[in-house]
Design a protein around this ligand. Structure first.
Ligand SMILES: Nc1ncnc2c1ncn2[C@@H]1O[C@H](COP(=O)(O)OP(=O)(O)OP(=O)(O)O)[C@@H](O)[C@H]1O
Ligand SMILES: [Mg+2]
Length: 160
């Protein structure tokens, strides 16, 4: 499934939509270069989930845990780049969070290795790379690919 996302507001809205349909144990893998919009999408996703706390890039930490404001799902936000291997993810003891969803940046190979079902969201910003007047601005191409039965009907899930 492909989306053209022209503004950061649209990226946030896409994240929010995804956050609204998640259920416990869902795994989202985000891929994209620096400044692609991974954090922007995750912030929207957090609002869609209803978790509290400011979502930032999980730089310098392996994971950040955002609890639901009332009842609901905990958001565990992991930077897989900080993990030496998939086993490190198991060491995070995700089960302790009860009902949670996992958003993993750069986690493609780990998701596969651990046998998860996951939704891969790839953000490509190459089409705006030449606009030097506005380094952060421009269109993103977002590609979503579902792995496993949970994600087999993405269109229906997202109602788009
Ligand atoms: N179409 C767009 N989609 C997403 N972000 C956009 C878009 N156009 C401009 N932006 C801007 O690009 C920046 C994206 O930053 P963001 O922190 O979300 O990226 P990131 O992928 O998390 O980067 P990093 O890997 O450095 O953490 C923001 O400043 C945002 O306002
Ligand atoms: Mg980020």
């Amino acid at each position: 499934m492909n989306f053209s996302i022209v503004t950061s507001e649209q990226m946030y809205a896409l994240g929010k939509r995804i956050g609204q349909i998640l259920v416990t144990r869902d795994v989202i893998v985000l891929d994209g270069p620096l400044g692609a919009g991974k954090t922007t999408l995750t912030q929207g996703l957090a609002e869609g989930l209803g978790v509290s706390g400011l979502v930032t890039s999980p730089t310098y930490v392996v994971s950040r845990v955002h609890k639901p404001a009332t009842s609901g799902l905990t958001l565990v936000h992991v930077d897989a780049y900080r993990l030496a291997g998939a086993r490190d993810l198991e060491d995070l003891d995700l089960e302790q969070h009860g009902d949670f969803v996992l958003v993993m940046e750069w986690g493609k190979s780990f998701a596969q290795e651990l046998g998860y079902e996951w939704l891969l969201i790839e953000i490509d910003r190459s089409s705006d790379a030449l606009d030097e007047s506005d380094p952060a601005g421009g269109e993103r191409k977002v590609t979503m690919t579902g792995y496993g039965p949970r994600w087999s009907n993405l269109k229906q899930l997202l109602s788009v």
